[in-house]
Design a protein around this ligand. Structure first.
Ligand code: ZN
Length: 77
């Protein structure tokens, strides 16, 4: 399974590459620059929970690949 996101904020050219980790059914993306930024995605329900993004002017990008499953790509705005 591949999951990637491209989180756009218009007018700002900076992009932060997120780090990811897995906890159970959740993939958790964190930004090494923005310490309070966190985006978690449930691999089963596709539920997305974002914290620390409010007031954050930067674009965040991340991807998650789980081998052995069908490829999946999602883009979220
Ligand atoms: Zn950031």
């Amino acid at each position: 399974m591949e999951y990637s996101f491209d989180f756009n904020f218009s007018g700002n050219p900076s992009t932060h590459k997120c780090e990811q980790k897995v906890e159970g059914d959740w993939v958790i993306f964190t930004c090494p620059i923005c310490k309070d930024y966190e985006r978690r995605i449930n691999l089963k329900s596709r539920e997305v929970v974002v914290s620390g993004a409010e007031g954050n002017p930067h674009q965040h990008r991340g991807s998650f690949i789980k081998p052995g499953l069908d490829n999946l790509q999602c883009n979220l705005n």
